[in-house]
Design a binder for this molecule. Structure first.
Ligand code: SAM
Length: 442
């Protein structure tokens, strides 16, 4: 029997200076370097294998903390002392380059770039956190050529989902644009260039960027089309921002390739194991999103099967309400939901397109019934001050006593003992028409 040879797509065998970058990634970087003429910034040069290429083409600035880890020591013994600095090994490897290399020994987030230098090429291998790239790009925002290239590793694939999510958000906001390349599918480097909103980067709020940025209008990767959007959706779900994940899914363009991209990345994030209930609901939403060719079922009732009810929910909850992260979809599947629905069944047909008030202790199940049955607006007038207020287009939660409550078509009033102090307070609300009130048991 002869030997079976497997192609190692990321192999980097036979390089003079050790490097982590595989041959395909390396070839991509070198091919983009050929299009560059200005100063280069390299974040994380390690032992300098790529720096040598850079510094033979243009002046280069590198940022690294040069800390040699135990695992690096096991894989590459003798380069530096474990836990010591590998800066001298790096410097030895870049001794004879044509252009100067300015070395900034620093953690990424403490790095200060030289003043009065405009960069036209940046290579970042390989970020793990979105905040690290954000810090570097903000520094570059005033010192980067409009037609420069930014190469970031770990953008495609599931190695660092937060990084893919961050780049996707920047693409959605037109801060950067994706340059087309002929890289093979296993290369996970994105080649970006400043977009029309590049100068607004520093004004963006990092905390909400990954949640609120729109889906990119153009493709976000060279193969599946929307893989970074899909990774961002899954990443948001993995950090329990299900509402944002669902809102983004609703805005994902329809492509047959989406399903294979979901399949590829979903397992790695362990959503099914860590958050099985929401994961199952999300699977149905994914299916409904792909099912866009089917005529939307208009809500007439609350749906008899789980799939049917989820379809009604998918159709009736707008993006801003999902983004509020105040809805718990599982509340639409509780025993109490069914019981309450039976109790008020005679009234649900008249909910459609009406302005509804729900008065009493916070009642998420009743909110769901009204949403699914097509209420125009739902205002929960809350007794419980510990429930947070909410202002979304179709659902508001306000505390009792607000005098700017709108006029309602129907008010659902929970049956509470009439002598409670709060109940008599609500009766004074000018906008509640008693003749349209429906009393129900909580
Ligand atoms: C994946 S290696 C780069 C490999 C190199 N491009 C190659 O192919 O040989 C990442 C580099 O980033 C550096 N690095 C990682 N985190 C850093 C941080 N927070 N601050 C500064 N440097 C960091 C590491 O020391 C390492 O040199």
């Amino acid at each position: 029997m002869g030997e079976t040879l497997f192609e190692n797509k990321e192999a980097n065998v036979g390089t003079e200076v050790p490097r982590m970058l595989g041959n395909a990634d390396f070839d991509l970087v070198v091919s983009r370097l050929a299009l560059n003429s200005g100063t280069i910034l390299e974040i994380g040069p390690w032992l300098g294998a790529i720096t040598r290429e850079f510094a033979n083409a243009a002046p280069t600035v590198v940022v690294d903390r040069f800390e040699w880890s135990d695992s690096e020591n096991r894989s590459y013994p003798g380069v530096a002392e474990p836990e010591g600095s590998f800066r001298s090994a790096f410097e030895k490897n870049i001794q004879e380059t044509e252009f100067e290399v300015l070395v900034i020994e620093s953690d990424i987030r403490d790095a200060v770039l030289p003043e009065n230098t405009t960069f036209s090429f940046c290579f970042y291998d390989g970020p793990r956190s979105a905040e690290d790239i954000h810090y570097i790009l903000c520094m570059l925002s005033t010192s980067f050529s409009a037609d420069g290239q930014i190469l970031i590793k770990n953008v495609f694939g599931s190695r660092a989902p937060e990084v893919a999510a961050y780049v996707n958000a920047l693409l959605g906001l037109n801060v950067v644009e994706l340059l087309p390349t002929d890289q093979p599918a296993w290369c996970n480097i994105a080649v970006l260039t400043p977009g029309p909103a590049w100068s607004q980067l520093t004004a963006l709020e990092f905390e909400s960027l990954l949640e609120d940025a729109p889906v990119p209008a153009a493709f976000s990767d060279p193969w599946y089309g929307h893989s970074t959007t899909i990774v961002r959706i899954l990443w948001l779900a993995s950090v329990h921002r299900w509402g944002h994940a669902i809102a983004l899914l609703r805005n994902l363009p329809h492509l047959t390739e989406n399903q294979s991209a979901f399949d590829e990345f979903e397992d790695n994030l362990g959503l099914g194991v860590n958050q099985p209930e929401m994961s199952a609901i999300f699977s149905v939403f994914k299916h409904l999103h792909q099912d866009h060719a089917l005529e939307t079922v208009k809500p007439l009732d609350v749906g008899t099967s789980v799939e049917n009810r989820l379809r009604l929910i998918w159709d009736s909850v707008p993006d801003d309400l999902w983004q509020s992260e105040r809805l718990n979809v599982t509340d639409a599947f509780t025993e109490r939901f069914e019981k309450l629905h039976r109790e008020i069944e005679g009234h649900v047909a008249s909910i459609r397109d009406k302005d509804i008030a729900i008065i009493g202790p916070h009642d998420p199940e009743l909110e769901w019934i009204c949403l699914i049955c097509g209420a125009q607006t739902i205002t929960s007038v809350l007794f419980d001050t510990e429930v947070e207020t909410l202002q979304a287009t179709r659902l508001k939660r306000v505390h009792l006593g607000l005098d700017d409550t709108p006029n309602f078509d129907i008010a659902f009033i929970s049956e509470l003992p009439e002598d409670t102090e709060r109940f008599s307070e609500f009766e004074k609300l000018p906008s509640v028409e008693m003749q349209s009130a429906v009393s129900y048991k909580t």
